[in-house]
Design a protein around this ligand. Structure first.
Ligand code: F58
Length: 820
């Protein structure tokens, strides 16, 4: 038990009281939402004590702390996870049972805070969980978007985006911290004023607009150790409410502008994960949360220390992709203009404090801001970046005399653009990729010039996931079984899973393990029946691809293969075929036309195949609406096959792949991202690998691509499915509906090569791998062994391991210990 105050009777009393005081109701009268609020507040009571204790410990010990800066934290629901980490889940479940309340139903009342797009945002959430669990002091710093990731509805097969008003009923776990509010300034001009006393130029921003950044803190609970860290997300309010000076001076227009700025700035999470949105508002969001976070960080540091030149001894700042890279220039600004440091001193501190993680090599995702927009919005910050660039270019010229090509490639400001990745690398003391292959590609391809010049900065940190959410909470049956077999050490040390290896030859253990997967498939089948109205056979192979929809992730390859199987079954009804359920879940960026066409295609194929009685249900296709953290947990637990089929070299790491592995689903995938390391851990015989290697892909790309026509005209099965995109088979006779998808495979459009993602090139090898899956699945015990081996070998992929590596190699944090 985490706390004495969590005793059952006291807890029950508290829940009752909360319902009475908040809603003037009895339990019987309260709605589900109200019960959720009341239970959460009762849980929060206990959390607060440990939160205070952790803060007190940090006050006393003054440990080195990491500030994890991220535009996204895809936290998922908090209640269940908090109970798990407080080791109080079972007790609370019992207590609520006695009150006639079902904890699962209460959990389902919680809106799923979706302050992130996909992998990058979820990684940040897993990292916070691991930091607290390992007892490292950490702040997550981000934005409290009023609307998170849109909710996805499927209407007539098309994706429709619906606003996610997640804060509608209030968030019971957060605490507003007015006392830490900060002003953030935009626009205006910079006046330079010579100060004869200090003999320095002062840079004074004038005629700016500003907003008030108000932090909300959310507790991040370590597993079983009483450590509670903080996720601090910033809301924006009009500064006019605060100062009233604009109104007082009668500057009504300016006041209204500031009001609007505040409303807009935290309004919505940009839902693109295909390209950076070169939108002014996005840059405003970035500066907003970075400036507020750094101001707060400095105040906190200065409470205990008077020399900001030593900031890096107590603080490290990790930039989650380039989105927080303004931290480099903002820190310089604060150190120089506010703290009075000289340029060289400020640069020394900054470059010992900030570190950068890269999550992609996709050129269209690299942030580049137009100089005019940037300098207008952030005039002082722009000056500072110009000076960083000027000094950096001097160094490049010194190091590589006469190599102006290199200067042009490496400059931070070039061709009217500010290149954020270059700024992050130049200033960061560490640059890391997120899987071994990805880091190698960064070093030897994308960031080669930088690696040549500063190899010591580059390092790899293969991603990981938290087993607390994705096994303990998401798959309690398997979690309990693992604990029964090997004890509960795996909860905080996933490498202990290797002790399960001894059960791969134990028929009783295998039978139990199989039964658990079956129960989880039943749970998912019920979910699908409830939300999709489709009956699926829990004995069929559950073949699952869930992740953001992107061309490089190749959901298109998957559905083309389903179309190919369907043709085979229709042609040869007598042929042996193991029943399969192909499950998809994916949101597409609202403006990403081809991704949305792919969703429509999947749903159209589902319609045709699911309603074709002649195939006796041998194939079912399901598109799960609104894929998000909460249903992901159910989906991973039930999967037989994990589809990780990106074009090799394109997926930086992937983390879904690890969640499937943890839940006993072998990988069907390319040698891309962390798949490479998964195969290394589990053995190639326990995975299904196909397709071009990353070297082959890169080679084709550097030599003008390949010619898909060679495949299209020579492989008649392939030609047939490709042609079915435009012969009306899946579009009620409409030949135009999927013309663009068809064209993307076989026709070159302007700059864009045909089949840019090597779908036809990899098709045969994918189909062969799928055939191997079917063969392997027929041997039920053999399959269970493979699946169990995946669980047994997943130890490396805990975010606890990843975080320990960040601490050892990059952050060098101190531990904290909180006594009960
Ligand atoms: C993902 N990136 C990578 N970006 O694609 C994935 O391979 C990796 O496992 C994961 O990061 C964690 O390292 C990703 O999710 C985004 O969502 C960005 C949002 C903002 C615009 C650009 C993409």
């Amino acid at each position: 038990m985490y706390s004495k105050r969590f005793e059952k009777e006291a807890f029950k009393e508290e829940v009752k009281n909360n319902i009475k005081n908040l809603y003037r109701k009895t339990i019987e009268e309260a709605t589900g939402r109200q019960i959720f609020q009341a239970v959460s507040l009762a849980v929060k009571e206990t959390i607060i004590d440990y939160w205070l204790a952790t803060q007190a410990e940090m006050e006393k010990e003054d440990p080195k702390t990491v500030y994890y800066m991220s535009m996204e934290f895809l936290m998922g629901r908090a209640l269940g996870n908090n109970l798990i980490n407080m080791t109080a889940y079972k007790e609370v479940k019992e207590a609520l049972d006695e009150m006639g309340i079902d904890l699962n139903a209460v959990e389902d009342e919680e809106p799923d805070p979706a302050l992130g797009n996909g992998g990058l945002g979820r990684l940040a959430a897993c990292f916070l969980d691991s930091l607290a669990t390992l007892g490292y002091p950490a702040y997550g710093c981000g934005i409290r978007y009023r609307y998170g990731m849109f909710k996805q509805k499927i209407e007539n097969g098309y994706q429709v985006e619906v606003p996610d008003n997640w804060l509608k009923d209030g968030n019971p776990f957060e605490i507003r911290r007015d006392e830490y509010a900060k002003e953030v300034r935009f626009g205006g001009d910079v006046r330079i004023e010579y100060d004869p006393v200090t003999k320095r130029n002062n840079f004074i921003q004038e005629n700016y607009s500003s907003v008030l950044a108000v932090p909300y803190d959310m507790p991040i609970i370590g597993y079983g150790n009483h450590v509670v860290n903080t996720l601090r997300i910033w809301d924006a309010e009009a500064i006019t409410d605060f100062h009233l000076d604009a109104f007082n001076r009668g500057d009504y227009r300016h006041a209204v502008e500031q009001e609007n700025l505040a409303k807009m700035i935290v309004d919505v999470l940009y839902p693109c994960d295909d390209h950076y949105a070169g939108k002014e508002l996005r840059l405003k969001q970035q500066y907003f949360f970075i400036s507020a976070s750094l101001q707060a960080l400095l105040v906190r540091y200065k409470k205990k220390h008077d020399d900001v030149r030593k900031l890096h001894e107590k603080v490290t700042i990790q930039m989650n992709d380039t989105h927080p890279t303004l931290a480099v220039a903002e820190l310089m600004h604060l150190l120089i203009d506010q703290e009075g440091l000289e340029w060289d001193e400020a640069w020394d501190v900054t470059t010992k404090t900030v570190a950068y993680t890269n999550h992609t090599i996709m050129a269209e995702a690299l942030e580049k801001w137009p100089v005019d927009l940037f300098s207008r919005l952030l005039p002082r910050i722009y000056q500072i970046i110009q000076e960083i660039d000027r000094r950096f270019i001097e160094q490049v010229r010194f190091r590589y005399p006469g190599d102006e090509g290199r200067v042009a490639r490496m400059a931070i400001i070039r061709d009217g653009q500010v290149k954020m990745a270059h700024l992050a690398i130049v200033a960061g003391y560490s640059v890391n990729g997120v899987a071994r292959l990805h880091t190698e590609i960064l070093k030897h391809e994308e960031l080669k010039d930088f690696y040549d010049m500063m190899p010591e900065k580059f390092n790899n940190k293969t991603n990981g996931i938290t087993q607390r959410r994705f096994l303990m909470h998401g798959n309690p049956l398997l979690a309990d079984w693992v604990t029964k077999r090997i004890g509960d050490g795996w909860i905080t040390d996933l490498s202990q899973m290797s002790r399960l290896k001894k059960y791969v030859d134990d028929p009783k253990a295998l039978a139990e393990f199989r039964e658990i997967k079956y129960q989880n498939k039943l749970r998912l089948a019920e979910y699908i029946k409830k939300y999709n109205g489709i009956e699926v056979d829990p004995r069929s192979i559950f073949d699952v691809q869930v992740k953001r929809l992107h061309e490089y992730k190749r959901q298109f390859l998957n559905i083309l293969h389903v179309m190919y199987l369907y043709n085979q079954i229709k042609d040869h009804p007598e042929m042996y075929f193991y029943p399969r359920t192909f499950i998809f879940g994916a949101k597409a960026a609202a403006g990403y036309v081809r991704a949305k066409e792919t969703i429509k295609l999947i749903n159209s194929v589902a319609d045709v195949i699911n309603n074709d009685k002649s195939i006796n249900g041998k194939i079912k296709v399901v598109f799960i609406e609104d894929y998000r953290v909460s249903n992901a947990e159910i989906i991973f637990a039930a999967a037989d096959v994990s589809e990780q089929i990106s074009t090799a070299s394109k997926e930086a790491s992937g983390t879904g792949n690890m969640k499937f592995m943890l839940n006993g689903a072998p990988t069907l995938g390319t040698m891309d991202g962390a798949n490479v390391e998964i195969v290394e851990e589990v053995g190639i015989e326990n995975a299904f690998i196909f397709g071009l290697s990353s070297d082959e892909v890169i080679n084709f790309e550097n030599n003008g691509g390949y010619n898909p026509a060679d495949i299209y005209f020579n492989d008649w099965d392939i030609k047939r499915v490709v042609d079915q995109l435009i012969d009306g088979t899946y579009s009620n006779g409409d030949r135009e509906m999927y013309r663009d998808l068809y064209d993307s495979l076989v026709n070159t459009h302007g700059q864009e090569r045909a089949d840019r993602y090597f779908i036809l090139k990899d098709f045969r090898s994918y189909a062969d791998a799928q055939k191997r899956v079917e063969e392997a699945y027929k041997d039920r015990e053999g399959w269970a062994k493979k699946a169990l081996m995946n669980v047994a070998c997943c130890g490396k992929f805990s975010s606890d391991r990843t975080i320990q590596e960040y601490v050892d190699d990059i952050w060098h944090l101190d531990h904290i210990k909180v006594d009960a």
